[in-house]
Design a protein around this ligand. Structure first.
Ligand SMILES: NC(=O)c1ccc[n+]([C@@H]2O[C@H](COP(=O)([O-])OP(=O)(O)OC[C@H]3O[C@@H](n4cnc5c(N)ncnc54)[C@H](O)[C@@H]3O)[C@@H](O)[C@H]2O)c1
Length: 407
């Protein structure tokens, strides 16, 4: 019988990290707790970070990616250096026979992305373009529901984020768009990857705009874009990182319900279809002194989903809308709303899914979903948002690849 690719084979993957920054700090605990990965070494140019790594994980440390990749025990390298180094560091690793997970954005240009893919193919190593929120259990569950067809064909995608991304501490290179700084390089990959995964992958064209309006941050802190997929599927995405308003304030749990109750919406929809709705009275009910009451939700308090840097995502299908709920996915369908629980081992992070993909790819030779070609297609969209903004026109795309045909 064939081995189950999701089960550890008993052996651990020997991992090296290059770039012990903020991003790595988030992923290291997940890596350390998978039971599938041994963190054996790290490289950075910051001696303090190397010392902290040694103290906590006990691995070997190096002051360059080359030295890390010369370590014969290292099988795979997690590239989490600044964006401008992603291509060079990936290629160094591939040339020394190491598998690579590269942080988003995969690279700063399509030429760099092409070189990375070419190096991984020539050296027969796996290249995974991580680590975006498309791996999140919520998104994977949403995708499963869409693929099941239970609410019909996918008709539209919308995602919007309001975050404090621009207020977090930044290095000089992060404040330089030529080195991959700004929201469209750093945050658009999360949304684009997610929309492509849900929408089938093949984006036909993009019209986008980036803006900056906070003098202390000379990089775009806002973008909005309209993507049209090859099959006509429309998708809107936007992110405002200036932090005056953060979308986390919008989660309804603990807050007040809006407009109608579930039963009222079912009733209204039925009446509209039947042509029997009293529009005037319903409108009056919403006005001052009307009887529509906003209720306080009383929900469990353990680790609920809140709109983060991905934002609020709504997938509209023929017979319903899907969006993230506190612990799963709301399916707002013809008969009301169901709250579908997420079906993964990890309920609060996408880290385990991503590490599984790496592990299964390397150890079991399972297909890589977030491959080099996939990452390049996402990068193409992000670059097109910026190009469209500069040139004030729609950009046609030519490097798109379809979503993998699996859940
Ligand atoms: N996917 C996510 O959720 C997420 C979150 C944060 C960061 N990131 C990504 O991680 C990358 C790094 O971002 P960050 O916020 O961690 O930045 P950071 O500045 O905190 O980390 C970068 C690290 O790379 C080191 N470094 C710089 N030049 C180096 C070199 N030549 N060789 C070895 N090490 C070098 C720095 O000393 C630093 O420790 C970016 O590509 C970013 O997009 C992803």
């Amino acid at each position: 019988m064939a081995a189950n690719p999701t089960e550890p084979s008993g052996r651990k993957l020997k991992m090296g990290i290059v770039g012990l920054g903020v991003g790595t700090a988030e992923i290291l605990p997940a890596m350390a707790s998978t039971g599938k990965i041994d963190i054996v070494a790290a490289a950075d140019v910051n001696p303090r970070s190397l010392e902290a790594f040694r103290a906590r994980y006990g691995g070997r440390t190096y002051d360059s990616v080359e030295k890390l990749c010369d370590d014969p025990e290292v099988e795979a390298v997690w590239v989490a250096t600044p964006n401008k180094f992603h291509a060079a560091h990936t290629i160094v690793a591939a040339e020394r026979g190491k598998h690579v997970v590269v942080e988003k954005p995969m690279a700063v240009s399509l030429q760099e992305a092409e070189s990375m893919i070419e190096a991984s193919m020539r050296n027969k190593v796996k290249l995974i373009c991580g680590h975006t929120q498309s791996f999140l259990p919520h998104i994977r569950t949403m995708r499963r529901i869409i693929r099941s067809g239970e609410v019909g064909r996918l008709c539209a995608l919308n995602v919007w984020a309001y975050s404090d991304w621009m207020l977090r501490p930044r290095t000089p290179e992060e404040l330089d768009i030529d080195q991959g700084g700004g929201l469209a390089y750093r945050q658009a990959p999360h949304q684009v990857d997610t929309l492509r995964l849900l929408g089938g992958g093949m984006v036909r064209s993009v019209r986008g705009a980036t803006r900056e309006w906070f003098g202390a941050r000379p990089i775009p802190g806002y973008y909005s874009a309209f993507m049209e997929f090859e099959d006509g599927l429309p998708a809107n995405l936007m992110h405002n990182g200036y932090g005056y308003f953060v979308a986390a304030e919008l989660v309804p749990w603990g807050g007040r319900k809006h407009h109608y109750t579930e039963e009222q919406r079912v009733d209204v929809r039925r009446k509209l279809r039947a042509g029997t709705r009293d529009e005037f009275q319903d409108k009056e009910a919403l006005r001052i002194g009307g009887d529509q009451e906003r209720l306080t939700a009383d929900r469990a308090k353990k680790k609920p989903w809140v709109p983060n840097d991905l934002g609020v995502l709504v997938a509209s299908c023929e017979r319903g809308d899907l969006r993230q709920s506190e612990f799963g996915i709301y399916v707002h369908g013809d008969d009301g709303t169901k709250d579908v629980p997420i079906v993964t081992a990890s309920s609060d992070s996408g880290r385990s899914a991503e590490l599984d993909e790496l592990y299964n790819g390397v150890v079991h030779d399972a297909p890589i979903r977030h491959s080099g070609q996939w990452g390049m297609a996402t990068l193409e969209v992000c670059l097109a948002i910026m190009q469209s903004s500069r040139e004030r026109r729609e950009i046609r795309l030519s490097h798109q690849v379809p979503s993998p045909d699996t859940d």
